[in-house]
Design a protein around this ligand. Structure first.
Ligand SMILES: [Zn+2]
Length: 140
């Protein structure tokens, strides 16, 4: 699985725009959206939320993360086969890094998603250090 920070081109991809739209639905303070695309087709989308999920609800607070929400929706739509070789777009509102957490990474690998493109803009190293210290990197 390839993890890549979004380029300017990726940021203007319609899938990333949809991920931003999904992120806006999140009731959480840190709003993330995810979109799964294969070829030109959108397979699924999701956003992070407080709801837990029997299979994918996890994390320090038991939240359902955007990436896992998108995958669980694809499964409930009977699109498991489409996940193999697909690309996952992750967007975090506020121009902050949205690299998937370790748990989501495992789920992403499990279903054979080939590539993850995440928004990644950090203003300075101090901010990066502060975020790390506060455990924000686990929120993806
Ligand atoms: Zn996650």
């Amino acid at each position: 699985m390839i993890l890549e920070a979004a380029t300017k081109e990726d940021e203007s991809d319609p899938a990333m725009a949809l991920a931003a739209f999904e992120a806006a639905k999140s009731p959480q303070r840190f709003q993330l959206g995810a979109v799964i695309k294969k070829g030109k087709r959108i397979i699924s989308s999701g956003y992070n939320q407080y709801k837990t999920h029997p299979k994918f609800g996890f994390g320090r607070w038991g939240y359902l993360h955007a990436e896992s929400h998108a995958i669980s929706r694809a499964l409930s739509l009977g699109r498991q086969d489409d996940l193999k070789g697909a690309t996952l777009y992750v967007y975090r509102r506020g121009c902050l890094p949205s690299k998937p957490c370790k748990q989501c990474e495992q789920v992403i690998r499990l279903y054979g998603i080939k590539k993850v493109i995440y928004t990644y803009r950090i203003q300075n190293d101090k901010e990066r250090t502060d975020r790390k210290a506060q455990g924000y990197e686990d929120l993806g």
